[in-house]
Design a protein around this ligand. Sequence first.
Ligand SMILES: NC(=O)c1ccc[n+]([C@@H]2O[C@H](COP(=O)([O-])OP(=O)(O)OC[C@H]3O[C@@H](n4cnc5c(N)ncnc54)[C@H](O)[C@@H]3O)[C@@H](O)[C@H]2O)c1
Length: 335
Amino acid sequence: MAELGASVIGLGMMGLRHGRVWAELPDTRLAAVYDIVPERAQEMAAEYGCIAAGSLEEAIEAPGVDMVSVCTDDQSHVEACTAAAEAGKHVLVEKPLATSVTDCDAIIQATEENGTRLMVGHVVRFDPRYQVAKNMIDEGAVGDIVHIYGRRNNIVPSGRRIGPRTSVAYFLGVHDLDIMRWYVGCEAVRVYAESCRKVLIEEGADDTIFALLKYENDAVGCLETCWVIPEGQPNTLDARIEVVGTKGRVAVRAGDNEPLEVSGPERSARPDVAYGPVIGGKQGGALKYQLEHFAACISNDEEFLISPEDAKAAVALAAAIHEALDTGVPVSLAD
Ligand SMILES: NC(=O)c1ccc[n+]([C@@H]2O[C@H](COP(=O)([O-])OP(=O)(O)OC[C@H]3O[C@@H](n4cnc5c(N)ncnc54)[C@H](O)[C@@H]3O)[C@@H](O)[C@H]2O)c1
């Protein structure tokens, strides 16, 4: 496989991880990095020996860049993704693809017109637990799905950090909106939602959103997503999915039952072992699988595990949840 060069845009929590994986994988290299805070790019470039770009354009057009990881805030994905596509680069963008269907369409159109590939980092699809559950559903373990429940709850520093910039539906819920749709295998026809705001008042964000979905095949879906769980909880993430069907049940519990527990004098912790464990000094886990998959599909001209239309559908569901919250009535998605 020819070596692919990557540029990473947005060097916060996720951008640092993307950059590290591109630098560590055997068939990719980190060519350039860019952040609106110049010191972040300079620091990372010094660590990995890559270019610290001074602008988005410079990062995309730096020598040896074949693909661009977009890891900026949710609402600014559209600018970096369209610029990368227009420069002929393949795009891996963190979830959600965007925060409106219009922006999703603009990104998809830019990649189609310029003949570049687009994948959205719905990393939960690369979590072996969720993938094995999908395999079992496809093999008929649950029969015809009756209901599906998805939960994604984070501790409150997450809501305080991200709340002012996006919503819990786009930041957390979009993962499960995608997984639920992937498992059920058809579209939602109706969405209703309720929210509560008591903790993140200064941040101007909902603490929690519950949504009820009705799917084309008559199955019922329930999404619970929250980012104000007290910090005392030993795991930063509590994520679950449960699928009940005419023949059986499949359930995944992630976070709250991590098999590793570390206790100190004040608080026990259950560190993540699925998404980003460091193994032999290198980043392993689902994020690595996702980036490896992206690069391999480009090199081998293979389909991605998630299509741009799948990612757009998850955004459309999050947008419908917000419409239901704004109007107080169920939103019909049927044609
Ligand atoms: N897959 C996952 O599990 C997962 C987890 C967390 C976040 N995310 C997603 O990753 C993205 C980044 O989240 P994060 O937690 O790393 O955020 P973050 O706040 O830690 O980092 C964002 C970085 O982008 C930079 N930035 C903002 N706008 C920019 C622009 N226009 N051009 C260049 N740089 C810009 C900021 O300065 C900051 O360094 C978001 O879309 C988020 O939803 C995904």
